[in-house]
Design a protein around this ligand. Sequence first.
Ligand code: GZL
Length: 305
Amino acid sequence: PAPEASAGNAGPTAEKKLVVGFSQVGAESAWRTAETKSIRGEAEKRGINLKFADAQGKQANQIMAIRSFIAQGVDAIVLAPVVETGWEPVLLEAKAANIPVILVDRGIKVTDESLYTTLIASDFVEEGRMAADWLAKKMGEKGNVVELQGTTGSAPAIDRKKGFEEALKKYPNIAIVKSQSADFSRAKGKEVMEAFIKSDRNNINAVYAHNDDMALGAIQALDEAGMNPGKDVLVVSIDAVKGAFEAMVAGKLNATVECNPLMGPILYDTIAKIRAGEKVPKYTQNKDQLFDQTTAAQVIGSREY
Ligand code: GZL
């Protein structure tokens, strides 16, 4: 059958459409949804043929998607890796097929760094440090913190924990008394917080959540237990999604560190440079900043995600 008429194949003179395969982690949080929207929306805007695969949080699905992109002979592969390890075999196949791999939002651990061209992501260790320093001051540099970790084995969960603990070394009277993964999801954040409350409600002065979705779940649990989140129990998290600003305006969340998900434009600019044979840095850091209740009300209207 004749190829369907579309702007992409207006005839032999038209430039061939760029074809990009994107293996996305899943749809576990508002941040993730915003990232997907940015990457898909920008492809649309630029007339790029984006093949999108949602892995529902499973590395095996991401590996299958990458294999399929290789079989289709895409021009570039974009990967938001759910965990840090286990990528060598499939990335060797992409390298053998001479298809550049661009990592977005999370890094990986590989011995051979040539297995990916570049990483565009925030510095999660720095985010953890920022959250800890802000919380320590707010707590008067003393008290007990419970921690809701992100997805086990993921770069953000490992590094946000690392940065938080590193900064807490300056505050010997603050202790992390409980720490457990709630997989970056609101529902699990509520569940794990309920368990923390059940086991030791009188020894919780603050909550550190690796993302806003888990923090919002924890706030729900604290509210239901009558524990006055944002006042009697401080809550600090990371991402700075719209829901976090709403919770700060309501006085239930105390602060959130922005981790920008709007990767679309910088991603396709980077792919264009790679295809033009330009040198791109191995790592491009997205800049982050902390927001708290002092500015939440005037900033919320301008938030893009
Ligand atoms: C950070 C990203 C994390 C977000 C979470 O770059 O990988 O995963 O902080 C998301 O909200 O689930």
